[in-house]
Design a protein around this ligand. Structure first.
Ligand code: FES
Length: 574
């Protein structure tokens, strides 16, 4: 394809023509201190920056955006920073997941309504990555993703601390009385001590790695710690590259085919990535008009070895992963399992990008013949309790629970669970199955990360550290345990989970991929007839829009009116 000419640029209609409106665009640019030579005939690069005072994972984005801009200027582009919703995982309630689609809409509409020729997507904290990519995919302008990068290792008295995983671990120890409140306070101050996103293989590291495996970042970008000077250099390189991408008209639609999603799913599984990636990748694929269902994840999981020895599945953290060679090194281990012909944003194929990749520490990035887990790092379960599927991460579950039958201890919602879980009178033992209802896309709402239900205190004190837990919620990628998640359809809309009663026997069999409620059909029919749909949670605003249009977990929780389809036409400029 012939490269674009300046008059072919989308922004030309704003800046380059001689009309009353373009006079306004130029005169108001002059008001901001720009002259025509700053932008005329140059690609306008939107930089969608999810920086915010309330997002600790993106604190360095104020500096990084300047480095991206430097790269854009160097390559002959005109950078325009546009703030976008930050989705701060620790602070936003009820769940950042509720607002992922909001960010995706904001991205799409920002790009459509302003004179952008290409876009740099700056994100990293959990849902920002899929939100940014979903919006950019729907808009289909040249786009490149700039990952926030993980933070450095946490530290407490010389002990390495990992985001999330060590929170759950030491919270359990505090409740069991094996560490003191003063220890807990010190852990609080040492666990997040540098800019960047969570540095375990949580959702952030999983999704930025998925973005790289899809071909949407420069090679190696996802693994560089935020505090490393190479991260700043990568930001400038990203700025330079997007300008070239505009001239070459390289768009997400040219990159995000079925093979790219195969690579992303395979890589996520080899990393021992977060279960959240399933929901996000399904949604991202549907935006790109690519078929990707839960069975595909299960099929790839059966044969993909888990090679990244990173917490919570393994031992190390993202900083170690970077020093060991980072994502390109891990992907080079996978070799021909990946579709190496896929094109990536640097204009080369994935195979070409991996040619120089090397593993520097085989303890962190394991050899193919010594994986952490040979296969089944993820399992998709079906049965009368989850007709549309549920997921579990077998390596994170105690082996004795991989096949389990036990009586249900039922919590109607999170509030009920929080009020009763540590009640000494709760009838529960290590064999029980903890069931949480109303925590799904609509019930949560926003499918919060409540799926790692806490072990009841009285069992913790007896040394119990894992139990079978079932919910329609998600689970943080930094969590672990025998947690069956994403049960679909969810209980709030009358899925079978809604019909579970105290003491019902539940059976899970990971090898058989089964999740069964051992109650006969006649009794379930009686319960269904008596079931009363909960009242709507939102009568107005974004919550009402969300409730009307969000899809179930197995379909990616996108809005039904945003999936698939061609981009909406550009606005007229009169
Ligand atoms: Fe932002 Fe974990 S809190 S990635």
């Amino acid at each position: 394809m012939a490269p674009k000419r300046p008059e072919d640029l989308r922004s030309h209609r704003w800046y380059g023509v001689d009309t009353l409106r373009s006079f306004g665009h130029r005169s108001r640019s002059a008001q901001m201190g720009y002259t025509r030579s700053d932008y005329q005939g140059k690609p306008v690069i939107a930089i969608l920056n999810t920086w915010s005072d309330i997002n600790p994972c993106h604190t360095h984005f104020k500096e990084r955006v300047e480095e991206v801009k430097r790269g854009v200027w160097q390559a002959g582009g005109f950078p325009v920073e546009l703030p976008a919703m930050t989705l701060s995982e620790p602070f936003q309630k009820p769940s950042t997941m509720m607002y992922r689609n909001f960010l995706a809409m904001e991205v799409e509409e920002n790009l459509r309504s302003y004179p952008a020729d290409g876009v740099v997507l700056m994100g990293g904290c959990d849902k920002t990555t899929p939100g940014l990519i979903m919006g950019a995919t729907s808009m289909n302008l040249p786009a490149i993703f700039m990952p926030a990068g993980p933070m450095l290792r946490g530290n407490w008295r010389g002990t390495t601390l990992g985001s999330g995983s060590d929170v759950w671990k030491y919270w359990a120890e505090l409740r069991a009385g094996t560490i003191a409140a003063a220890d807990w306070r010190e852990i609080e101050e040492g666990i997040a001590r540098a800019p960047g996103h969570c540095m375990t293989m949580g959702t952030a590291s999983t999704m930025t790695s998925a973005a790289e495996a899809l071909g949407l970042t420069l090679p190696g970008a996802a693994s560089i710690p935020a505090a490393d000077s190479r991260h700043a250099a990568m930001a400038a390189a990203t700025g330079r590259r997007i300008v070239e991408m505009v001239w070459q008209d390289q768009k997400p639609g040219d990159i995000l085919g079925p093979d790219a999603f195969h690579n992303a799913v395979t890589t996520v599984l080899a990393l021992g990535g977060s279960t959240n990636a399933i929901v996000h990748l399904v949604a991202m694929a549907r935006r790109a008009n690519v078929e990707l269902d839960l069975m595909r994840f299960d099929a790839i999981a059966r044969t993909t070895p888990l090679l990244a020895n990173i917490r919570p599945s393994g031992q190390y953290l993202m900083e170690d992963f970077f020093y060991a060679g980072g994502l390109p090194a891990l992907m080079s281990r996978l070799g021909s399992v990946l579709k190496l012909d896929c094109m990536t944003v640097n204009g080369a194929t994935l195979g070409a990008n991996l040619e120089r990749a090397q593993v520097f520490n085989p303890e962190v990035i394991l050899p193919l013949d010594k994986p952490l887990v040979a296969g089944d790092s993820l399992a998709v379960l079906y049965g009368n309790l989850a007709p549309d599927g549920a997921v579990i991460k077998p390596p994170a579950a105690a082996p004795n629970l991989h096949r389990h039958r036990g009586p249900a201890v039922v919590f109607q919602d999170y509030r009920d669970m929080a009020a009763r879980i540590d009640d000494p009178a709760l009838v529960v033992d290590a064999n029980s199955v903890l069931v949480l209802k109303n925590a799904g896309p609509l019930g949560g709402p926003g499918m919060p990360e409540w799926g790692q239900l806490p072990i009841p205190k009285k069992l913790l004190e007896k040394g119990v550290r894992d139990m079978l837990r079932i919910s329609d919620a998600r689970m943080s990628g930094t969590s672990y345990g025998a947690c069956v998640l994403h049960v679909a359809p969810e209980s709030y809309v009358g899925g079978p989970l809604a019909l579970v009663e105290e003491g019902d026997l539940i059976e899970m069999d990971i090898a058989g991929r089964r999740l069964s409620l051992l109650v006969d059909d006649a009794e379930l029919a009686r319960r269904r007839a008596a079931w009363v749909a909960p009242a709507p949670r939102y009568l107005r605003g974004y919550g009402a829009l969300f409730a009307q249009h969000v899809t179930q977990a197995n379909l990616g929780c996108d809005f039904d009116f945003l999936e698939r389809g061609a981009p909406t036409p550009d606005p007229d400029i009169f």
